[in-house]
Each structure stands twice: as structure tokens, then as C-alpha cells.
Design a protein around this ligand. Structure first.
Ligand code: FAD
Length: 490
């Protein structure tokens, strides 16, 4: 069997895979991307964050195409969440780092969004092969040296590359080859049941494109407008309720909607879509985990292959595209002969874990706002009692990178920050006109820090302020954002 050679081979053509592939190909390297499905294909994860749209997508050169695609504009989130019974709204526009023309994201039909990114990767020089399922990595000694896959005719093939990227998402088993273990979070141990509706109510303008998230007794709902009439609706419930959902999903979703007055009101005149790609009810579980190692010589994990926190607050596509950007910088630096693999990929892993860590803590804080709800779902989300050990060990795995503080244990820190965050939300929900308290709260500041950086760099390029390393002894981003540089203080 003849073995083709590339600089980089990527498994998976979701947002993580097409982003890393394009950013490496844009530096003139030979990149092959193997995707199991033929696009367009269905995927969940429809609510984006501004850093993806105005940061990574701008670097990829697809910002204008996305703007022309007509996706609903998401200016923020509207939440029935926490102590107050009235919904409150969070606007991206009031973060100093994301103010102005870039203070929005999109709600996207993933089949269309992912296809735009994959076609863009082709235009940027990536060789994309759809209908090609990757079966295993090839190894020589310690090093991963390529992939084995089955082509659309059923023929088994091998490719070799200096770097293999696993961007094959949540369900693929390829990540095993990187070593370490996939640790599942006990705290976020929930499952989601979701489907699509035509004719659901909309929030009033200018927030009509917002995601609506509603906490209720058994968990919480997302309600995402995907067009003027189509809405993605999902319930996140306790793992212990799995059986009820697996029994009769239609009945289960109807019963959960009936439990939640706000979602019932929004869906009062709506009908569930029962045909086409949106016709089935779907369940996802065991989605909250992190791999103990994100790379080994010759192999890198990006996106859901490495980790995912929780659907609340739309961090999945952000983490996938941000990790893809970090991986691309590391690989571009090594292929250019600027850095050794270990230095470059340690920077990738440290930054990726930090971002995962800040979102993990932020989302725990978010859940904390509902601990006074008298129900199993929310009591189990109480950091201060039974789950504190789990939080402790999970945050330890993140490597303490999410915070430089050593005086506080993770659970203490989260409790303290949750209280600060809840107080800020209370001010907004109480009619405070400004988002300032919320953006000043530490969990939000941390969660926005890197996202803001990525956006600013994509907008200003070489005119952006010079960076300092995120970690002592770490690297900084090159002016064009495509590589790492050693740090030399002025
Ligand atoms: P994917 O999008 O999963 O892409 C992986 C690709 O790899 C797929 O195209 C797949 O076909 C391909 N593949 C798989 N196996 C192979 C193989 N063996 N060979 C070749 N190709 C292969 N995120 C958000 O940002 N906003 C949200 O609102 C949101 N809601 C969510 C709700 C739920 C219930 C869940 C579980 C997740 C949600 N997410 C959300 C997360 C989001 O779905 C993921 O984080 C995101 O899709 C990850 O992108 P990715 O590129 O890593 O993987």
C-alpha cells in the first residue's frame, strides 16, 4: 500500500478540525482533512460567542460570508435563572473588550455553519476528503506518524504526517491514542433531550436573537432562535432521569415543557418539527469531561476530542475554535523551525487548560445561582456540600491555571466568586441599567479575557498592543496571530 505524506493530517471537519486545518494551510503547509460524514451534516451546538465570530472566523477570512448568511444575531443571553422570578438579560455589548461593532455573535444551524468553515478550509488549500472514517493512528516508537482510514469505496488507506490532529469530536474513540484518561465531571453529570419547533414565540427586539435559558425544577431549558420561525429547544436534566427520557422521548419532552411555565408560554402556538434533519428528538449524555493529556509527540487533541464543559453559556464552539487556533500556532511554529515541539505544545496545552478551567469555574458559578431551588437537580449542584471534593479534584486536573490564588481551595474560591457573580446579576435583574457589575465580577472577567484578546488581535493584527505571556516563562503570539514567539520584554 502506498502511503501519502502531508505536513498535517486532521481527523474531523467540525469547527475545531476545519479551523486548525485552514490556519496551518494558510502558512503554506500541506494539510489533509479526513471527515467521516458528507457535509452538510447535523450537529448540536448552535449558540456562538463573539470571539468565534469576530476573532477566529475573521482570521479564517469567513467573517463576511457569515455576515451574509443571514444567521440570527445574538446580542447576548436572556435568563430566568437565579433567585429572581423575572428574566434578566446579559448583553455582550457592555464588555469593554467586546464593545462596539463586534459585540454580537450568531445563532447558527450547524449544518450550514460547519459547511461554511469546511469549504473555507478547501479554499485555503486544505485537501478535504469527506466520507472518510479514520480508524486508528500509526505509530513509530513514541511518536504518532499518521492515520489509517477507510475511503468512500471501502478501501483502507494510510497517510503519514508530521502532526496528526484529532478533531473528531465527542463520539470518536481516536483520543485514546494520545494517552492519559478521559475524566468525567460529576458536577455536570447531566443529560440533554432536545428537538426543534416551528412557530415559537420570540423575545422582543432588539433581543429577539438572544438565547433564552430557563431554570426550572428538573433542570434547565435552552431556547435558541435559528430563524424567524425555527427554534432549537433542549432540556438538561439529571443523569438519574435517563430512563424516563429513554422510554418515550416525546412524552418526556412534553412533560418537561409542561413543568416550565416560561418555555410552555413560548411554545404555546408552536409545533414540533417531525421530518427532515430536525425531525428527531435526540439525547446527549456523558458530555462533560477532560482528557488528562492533550498531546503526545506527533499528536494533538482539539475541541470535543479533548474536553467539553456543559451546554450552558455556549462555550463549546468557542473552546473548539480557540484550541484549534492555539494548536495551529504551535504547529506552524514547529514546522517553520522556530520552536521545538515540546515548548510549542506545552504552550498550547497550558492555554487550552486555562480557558477550559475558567469556563468550568464560571459555569459552576452559574449553576450555583439556583442552589436554593428545592429540587434534586439543583441541590446536587451545591458546591459547598457533597460535590466539593469532586470540584476540588477536577479543578486540580485543570492544573490550578484558572487562578493564581493558592490561599483558597477551589470550592472556596468558586463559592466566593459565585456570590460576587450572583450579586452582580441581582443588580441587573433588579433594573440596574448597566452591565458593569457583571463584567467586573472575577469569573466573567476571566472568562472574557482570552476571548477578548483573540478578537482584538484578529481586528487589529500587527497594530494590537504587544502581549505579555499568559504564564511565567511562556510564549507570546506573533503579530499576525499565526505562530508563537519567545518573549523578550522591551
Ligand atoms: P464536532 O463538531 O463534533 O465535529 C467532529 C467531526 O468529526 C464531525 O463532523 C464528525 O463527523 C467527525 N468524525 C467523528 N469521528 C470521525 C472519524 N473516526 N473519522 C473522521 N471524522 C470523524 N456549543 C456551543 O458553542 N453552543 C451551544 O449552544 C452548544 N450546545 C450544546 C448542547 C449540547 C447538549 C451538547 C452536548 C453540546 C453543545 N455544545 C454547544 C458543544 C458543541 O456541540 C461542541 O463543543 C462542538 O461541536 C465541538 O466542535 P468539534 O469540532 O470539536 O467537534
Amino acid at each position: 500500500m502506498s502511503v501519502e505524506e502531508f505536513d498535517v493530517v486532521v481527523a474531523g471537519g467540525g469547527p475545531g478540525g476545519s479551523t486548525v486545518a485552514a490556519l496551518v494551510a494558510m502558512q503554506g503547509h500541506r494539510v489533509l482533512l479526513l471527515e467521516k460524514e458528507v457535509f452538510p451534516r447535523y450537529q448540536i451546538g448552535e449558540s456562538l460567542l463573539p470571539a468565534t465570530v469576530h476573532g477566529v472566523c475573521r482570521m479564517l477570512g469567513v467573517a463576511d460570508e457569515l455576515a451574509a448568511a443571514g444567521f440570527p444575531i445574538k446580542r447576548g443571553g436572556t435568563f430566568r435563572w437565579g433567585a429572581r422570578p423575572e428574566p434578566w438579560t446579559f448583553h455582550f455589548g457592555l464588555s469593554a473588550k467586546m464593545a462596539g461593532a463586534t459585540s454580537f455573535a450568531y445563532q447558527v444551524e450547524r449544518a450550514r455553519f460547519d459547511e461554511i468553515l469546511l469549504n473555507n478550509a478547501k479554499r485555503k488549500g486544505v485537501e478535504v476528503r469527506e466520507g472518510c472514517a479514520v480508524a486508528a493512528v500509526l505509530e513509530e516508537g513514541d511518536r504518532v506518524t499518521g492515520l489509517r482510514y477507510t475511503d468512500p469505496d471501502g478501501v483502507e488507506r494510510e497517510v503519514s504526517a508530521r502532526f496528526v490532529i484529532d478533531a473528531s469530536g465527542n463520539k470518536s474513540r481516536l483520543y485514546h491514542s494520545v494517552g492519559g484518561t478521559r475524566n468525567y465531571s460529576e458536577f455536570f453529570r447531566s443529560l440533554a433531550l432536545f428537538g426543534y419547533f416551528e412557530g415559537g414565540k420570540r423575545l422582543p427586539a432588539p433581543t429577539s436573537g438572544n438565547i433564552l435559558s430557563v431554570a426550572f425544577k428538573s433542570g434547565w431549558f435552552w431556547y435558541i432562535p435559528l430563524s424567524d420561525t425555527l427554534t432549537s429547544v433542549g432540556a438538561v436534566v439529571r443523569r438519574e432521569d435517563a430512563e424516563k427520557i429513554q422510554g418515550d422521548q416525546e412524552k418526556a419532552l412534553t412533560a418537561l415543557i409542561a413543568e416550565c411555565p416560561l418555555i410552555s408560554e413560548y411554545l404555546a402556538d408552536a409545533t414540533r418539527v417531525t421530518t427532515g434533519e430536525y425531525g428527531e428528538l435526540r439525547v446527549r449524555k456523558d458530555y462533560s469531561y477532560q482528557q488528562t493529556t492533550f498531546w503526545r509527540p506527533g499528536m494533538v487533541l482539539v475541541g470535543d476530542a479533548a474536553c467539553f464543559v456543559d451546554p450552558v453559556f455556549s462555550s463549546g464552539v468557542h473552546l473548539a475554535t480557540y484550541s484549534a487556533l492555539l494548536a495551529a500556532r504551535s504547529i506552524n511554529s514547529v514546522l517553520a523551525g522556530d520552536l521545538d515541539e515540546k515548548t510549542a505544545l506545552n504552550e498550547f496545552e497550558a492555554r487550552y487548560r486555562r480557558e477550559y478551567g475558567v469556563f468550568y469555574e464560571f459555569l459552576v458559578s452559574f449553576y450555583q445561582m439556583n442552589v436554593n431551588e428545592d429540587s434534586y437537580f439543583w441541590q446536587a449542584k451545591k458546591v459547598t456540600n457533597n460535590t466539593s471534593t469532586e470540584i476540588e479534584s477536577f479543578v486540580e486536573l485543570i492544573g490550578g491555571v484558572s487562578s493564581g490564588e493558592t490561599a483558597l481551595t477551589a470550592a472556596d474560591r468558586i463559592t466566593e466568586r459565585s456570590a460576587e457573580f450572583a450579586a452582580a446579576v441581582d443588580q441587573i435583574a433588579g433594573g440596574e441599567d448597566s452591565m458593569v457589575p457583571m463584567f467586573k465580577s472575577q469569573v466573567v472577567q476571566q472568562a472574557m479575557q482570552e476571548a477578548g484578546q483573540v478578537q482584538v488581535r484578529a481586528l487589529l493584527g500587527a497594530d494590537a498592543e504587544p502581549e505579555v505571556p499568559l504564564f511565567p516563562g511562556g510564549l507570546v503570539t506573533s503579530p499576525d496571530g499565526m505562530k508563537w514567539l519567545p518573549y523578550h520584554p522591551a
